[in-house]
Ligand binder design. Structure first.
Ligand SMILES: Cc1ncc(COP(=O)(O)O)c(C=O)c1O
Length: 388
């Protein structure tokens, strides 16, 4: 089966946050969903189920759902997940919150690497925990390295109990290597720090890189982590609000599940679990073709920006459809930068300072769209930068 990723689907007026936040004269290249239709088998299954016409309570332990999580981890990453390790969650962010409540206490420190996905900056203090940021270090290749010395210093602090890993990393598009992940796992074990690995972007990893599930590193690493997954980014089903947590250790699993129960968050939705099951069981073809298409978008962007907008430097992107654009040479403060792209170029992107220390001077562009839309956005940016 072939999917047409060039197809333009009008999303305006369809309850789309990405498309209905800004005016119709703005190209939205911000929020992390794609502008691609989801796979046809998912659409067909949802339509068929909808036609049944009765949408009563589904069971709380539909094993088809857990099996689809197991299947995907095995097929795509070679990780043998036991079906009892997988738990339904309403999405990834709630799963991170349940893990934080299960494995840390109010007043504890949570370490994460900066700059990072902006909601992390809210959920940690909102739950009475402190953020300790380990700055990712720019390297000569135009990407980022882990500062292991500082990481260890933060992990060794008395009240550090959790490391929130974004694997692969949003917004800098870094795919951590097995060596890097193994070092992180060892440091966390040494300092008794629990790992929560957010692997929502794991399917979108470009040539020459490989996603390694944190729980697949070793038996010790598996016993010290929760891995959070969601097919939402890959199959463009973020609106169905359904994800999963993989918790290999039984005791950890029970501690996590107790937090789920406290919030009565185990209830599933028919139109949440069904798309996940169909996507993970039947839609490998779509994930493969998506990756190929995004690889083409990334190549187009890299070539265009290097040739026509040299003041902007594109971060070496190893993973995710989120591209980190270094705009420091434009010499603008964060608010000014946001205003410039929105009002002069008429392109909406996420402004970098929202991602924490190290973010200012950057913009995050979502390239999960038909190539023609990316071309339009880049032409607009080129014209606006030329006018400066
Ligand atoms: C790293 C990361 N984690 C979590 C999320 C949100 O996940 P969910 O909608 O499943 O809570 C996103 C969405 O962009 C993300 O980039």
């Amino acid at each position: 089966m072939r999917h047409n990723f060039d197809e333009i689907v009008d999303r305006r007026g369809t309850d789309s946050r990405k498309w209905d936040t800004y005016g119709t004269d703005v190209v939205p290249m911000w929020l992390a969903d794609t502008d691609f239709k989801c796979p046809q088998p998912v659409i067909d299954a949802v339509v068929k189920r909808a036609e049944h016409g009765i949408y009563g309570y589904p069971p709380d332990d539909n094993k088809n759902f857990e099996q689809s999580i197991v299947n995907w981890q095995k097929k795509r990453f070679g990780w043998d997940v036991d079906i009892d390790w997988a738990e339904h969650t309403p999405a990834v962010i709630p799963a991170i919150i349940y893990a934080m409540r299960a494995f840390t206490q109010p007043g504890d420190n949570v370490v994460m690497q900066m700059p990072v996905y902006h909601p992390f900056h809210a959920i940690i203090p909102n739950n009475g925990r402190h953020i300790l940021g380990n700055q990712l270090a720019p390297n000569k290749e135009g990407g980022f390295d882990v500062d292991f010395a500082n990481l260890e210093e933060l992990l060794s602090k008395k009240r550090t109990t959790m490391f929130l890993l974004c694997n692969p990393h949003n917004p800098v598009g870094k795919c951590f290597t097995r060596e890097e992940l193994t070092r992180m796992a060892k440091l966390c074990l040494k300092h008794n720090v629990f790992v929560v690995s957010d692997e929502i972007h794991s399917d979108i990893v470009y040539k020459g890189n490989r996603h390694i599930p944190f729980g697949s590193l070793s038996a010790e690493a598996a016993a010290n982590c929760v891995v959070c997954v969601n097919p939402s980014k890959t199959f463009n089903i973020a609106g169905v609000r359904t994800g999963a947590a993989i918790i290999p250790d039984r005791r950890n699993h029970d501690l996590f599940y107790a937090r789920v129960e406290d919030n009565k968050a185990y209830g599933r939705t028919i139109f949440g679990t069904l798309p996940v099951e169909v996507a993970y069981n039947e839609c490998d073809y779509y994930a493969d073709q998506l990756l190929e298409y995004l690889e083409g978008n990334l190549e187009y962007l890299n070539t265009f920006v290097a040739a026509k907008i040299p003041k902007i430097k594109v971060t070496k992107t190893e993973a995710t459809y989120l591209v980190w654009l270094n705009c420091q040479a434009l010499n603008m403060a964060p608010k000014e930068l946001q205003k410039f792209f929105l009002e002069e170029a008429k392109v909406a992107m996420n402004e970098g300072s929202n991602f924490g220390p190290g973010g200012a001077g950057n913009m995050r562009m979502n390239i999960g769209c038909p190539r023609s839309q990316l071309q339009e956005a880049l032409n607009r940016i080129e014209a606006a930068v030329k006018k400066l």
